[in-house]
Write a protein that binds this ligand. Structure first.
Ligand SMILES: Cc1ncc(COP(=O)(O)O)c(C=O)c1O
Length: 377
């Protein structure tokens, strides 16, 4: 048996919708399928505006542009995240102020944010790790107190909730990723969620190469031109058609992922009880979206040995993220190893198990059997 780490789901209508795009001879962005994707997410997630983008990374870049960040501005961000979360505002000259993560959820520790705020702080970028929400009530309260913007990196958090609000719709701006490793995917893709109305008009312009073309298409102006900064952040209709086929089956995909998560959990619980490893922890305030299943081993060596053992048995388990603060770029901002204890410790001990829509019980049993063989030997 060979078990890959990820295989993107095929929801059923992808090829039919792509062929419709070709039949309609409208391949560039912002056609019918883009509109359908945006509307579906706006209605389901109760979001003011959702703009499809070419990636989660580009949605983050748009968020940083919208906040008008200037060189020297400070942005609070976890170090335990993908490079794109920080690159977005570092590209604008802003400085990352890295905050450690919570032991239980691996999300930014909300109790460590306030002490990092200075008169240069402009925003807090939070990351909902594994589709499990950050403690948003506390974070929003801090942001209101110091008049800071909140951007939610919900790249992994599509269709997950915090206290009945969908992730991505709580801060001023949110972003989603539809990369092939995510629950709903179109290969490469993303979305910007705009919750603070003042950003809507400018977001459309930034996304359309700095022009007011969106207004022109709606018939609101009779010519469009260069009005602001911008780039090309809109995906083609072929991508949007693929994504729509997945979004329309969002709940079915999530239900299947839930059953995979729960099966892993049930089968590995005895190892957690013996304190041989730790399983994901989901606070009561969160309805997660079952984005991943990870385990945390007692030491880095144990994690690496298990990963190697699984690989020799044809099971691909992986880890991420290398902490940003102690990376080559992070060190340029004055950070060093040992600055953020939980980030470093958890990043060195986490292991993500194979997790995808078509993963069968048989395959999960094989993964579990191998984990148990390694751990109990
Ligand atoms: C937390 C986080 N933010 C941003 C991204 C970037 O998303 P994309 O690959 O769609 O650019 C990822 C991608 O894996 C991610 O995990």
């Amino acid at each position: 048996m060979k078990i890959l780490f990820n295989i993107p789901a095929y929801a059923g209508n992808e090829l039919r919708y792509i062929s419709e795009v070709f039949k309609n001879r409208k391949l560039s962005g912002d056609g019918e399928f883009t509109k359908k994707c945006s509307l579906l997410m706006e209605e389901k997630f109760n979001a003011k505006k959702v703009l499809l983008t070419t990636s989660g990374t580009h949605a983050l870049d748009m968020a940083a542009l919208l906040l008008n960040l200037k060189p020297g501005d400070e942005v609070i961000v976890p170090s335990y995240t993908f490079t794109s979360t920080a690159n977005a505002f570092v590209l604008q000259g802003a400085i990352p102020i890295f905050v450690d993560i919570r032991e239980d959820t691996l999300n930014i520790d909300e109790n460590l944010i306030e002490e990092k705020i200075t008169n240069k702080t402009k925003a807090i970028f939070v990351v909902h790790y594994a589709g499990v929400a950050c403690e948003m009530d506390t974070i929003i309260k801090i942001a209101e107190k110091y008049k800071l913007y909140v951007v939610e990196d919900a790249a992994q958090g599509v269709n997950a909730k915090y206290k009945n609000k969908y992730l991505g719709t709580i801060g001023d701006l949110g972003i989603y990723s539809f990369h092939e490793t995510k629950n709903y995917s179109c290969g490469e893709g993303g979305a910007l969620v705009i919750n603070n109305k003042k950003f809507i008009e400018r977001a459309e312009i930034i996304r359309e190469k700095g022009t007011n073309r969106s207004k022109f298409f709606r018939g609101e102006v009779n010519k469009y031109g260069w009005v602001d900064l911008g780039s090309s952040y809109l995906p083609s209709e072929i991508i949007a058609a693929t994504l729509y086929a997945q979004l329309e089956k969002m709940d079915r995909i999530q239900k299947k992922r839930k059953s995979i998560f729960e099966y892993y959990y049930k089968k590995l619980r005895s190892l957690e009880e013996k304190k041989l490893l730790r399983l994901p922890s989901v606070p009561e305030s969160c309805n997660q979206n079952y984005h991943m299943f990870y385990i945390v081993l007692p030491t880095e060596k144990r994690r690496n040995d298990l990963m190697r053992f699984l690989k020799t048995n044809n099971i691909l388990a992986v880890f991420h993220y290398l902490p940003l603060h102690s990376s080559k770029m992070g060190r340029k901002f004055g950070y060093k190893k040992n600055d953020l204890k939980n980030t470093e410790s958890l990043s060195s001990r986490i292991l993500r198990l194979p997790f995808y829509y078509d993963l069968s019980k048989n395959e999960i049993d094989y993964v579990i059997k191998n984990i148990k063989t390694f751990i109990e030997k």
